[in-house]
Design a binder for this molecule. Structure first.
Ligand SMILES: *Cc1c(COP(=O)(O)O)cnc(C)c1O
Length: 349
């Protein structure tokens, strides 16, 4: 089993509905902030205090509970490396990944030298609490849980996460909340975290805030576990552009709220399309919808791409046969996407 991250092909034109990006763009305030950069601010090593304070304020937590990372991807890598440094009794390190999942989790655990233990979601993508608990061994050092899950859009039950954290006190329980902005459900600030210092929450500003190209994410956890993770990171892995953009993006609540509302409307539009066409889909707490379009999903994706609509074929992922994942962002884009889907699916019938 190779655990590689498969980079999607970058389309030269058309609607990018394949990577769950913010298709409406970041707040204009971010560009204003970037314009404040001076020749000196670019030539000096960056200071992160404003960015850390802004993130701490956004999440209602203390700055000592925030570790900025170069995208959440770097947070996943750093947590994997930190976990791998603390090998188990047999000198091996096991990482549990619930599959199908965001590829970077297995890719990073594997790169860090861990043995990746895959636990499949149940039928209909139900979270496999019992199976994860059974997979825990004395060598388990990191467990990845994604909520809302990618590619299903479904939440992992809070009680399950807490039970898993209790069952694996010497493992980092990495709760990837890349899409939590869209669900409004988070473990950050949850009183249950007080007694569970092994829970690390990962957030990104790539999706809801539209900063994917600037690369900024954050890990939220207690200071001790963050210190263990921070020591495998270079001291200046976030560049000055991301550091000035972050407070500006977080302050523009109006822009953020408008985007969340576009996403909600877009999801409703896709649901009604799929209801009408009799296509199976899963209600999503994220900014995308997974739909089972049929065995010829690869051809359907190609036909959509020819119409300038790029979606992600997920049919080779565990349990996702015949499924595509569609970003739900700007309503106007979703309308165009829905039209193209209807054309392509009806032509096939
Ligand atoms: C997009 C995504 C990330 C990566 O976020 P970046 O900040 O762009 O590195 C992490 N986890 C999941 C589940 C994602 O979908």
């Amino acid at each position: 089993m190779s655990h590689l991250y498969e980079k999607a092909v970058t389309p030269s034109s058309g609607l990018r509905l394949h990577l769950n990006e913010n298709t409406g763009g970041c707040s204009p305030a971010v560009l204003d902030a970037l314009r404040t950069l001076t020749t000196e601010s670019v030539s000096f090593y960056p200071d992160y205090s404003d960015a850390i304070a802004a993130v701490a304020e956004r999440f209602g937590t203390d700055a000592s509970h925030v570790l900025l990372t170069n995208g959440l991807d770097e947070g996943i890598l750093a947590a994997s490396l930190a976990a791998a440094r603390a090998s188990g009794p047999a000198g091996v390190v096991e990482a549990i990944v619930v599959v199908p999942a965001f590829d970077m989790q297995a890719a990073c655990a594997d790169a860090a030298g861990a043995r990746v233990v895959q636990v499949p979601l149940r039928t209909d993508f139900e979270f496999p609490t019992g199976e994860v608990l059974e997979a825990i061994t004395p060598d388990t050092r990191i467990i990845f849980i994604t909520s809302p899950h990618n590619p299903t859009g479904m939440l992992a039950p809070r009680a399950a996460i807490l039970e898993i954290a209790d069952a694996a006190p010497s493992a980092i329980v990495f709760v990837d909340e890349a899409y939590a902005d869209f669900s409004g459900v988070t473990l950050i600030g949850d009183p249950a975290l007080a007694g569970r210092p092994n829970i690390v929450v990962g957030r990104t500003f790539a999706k809801a805030y539209g900063l994917a190209a600037l690369r900024c994410g954050a890990l939220i956890a207690g200071p001790d576990v963050l210190a263990a993770i921070g020591r495998v990171l270079p001291p200046y892995s976030i560049n000055v552009a991301a550091a000035v953009a972050l407070p500006a993006a977080l302050r523009d609540r109006g822009h953020y709220e408008r985007y969340l509302s576009e996403v909600a409307q877009s999801k409703a539009l896709l649901y009604s399309l799929f209801d009408r066409l009799g296509v199976t889909y899963w209600r999503s707490d994220a900014n995308f919808v997974l739909a089972r379009v049929g065995a010829d999903s690869a051809r359907i994706c190609r036909d959509l791409a020819e119409r300038g609509v790029h979606v992600r074929d997920r049919s080779n992922m565990h349990g996702c046969q015949g499924c595509v994942r569609i970003t739900a962002g700007v309503v106007e884009h979703t309308r165009q996407c829905a039209e193209a889907i209807e054309e392509v699916l009806c032509a096939a019938r």
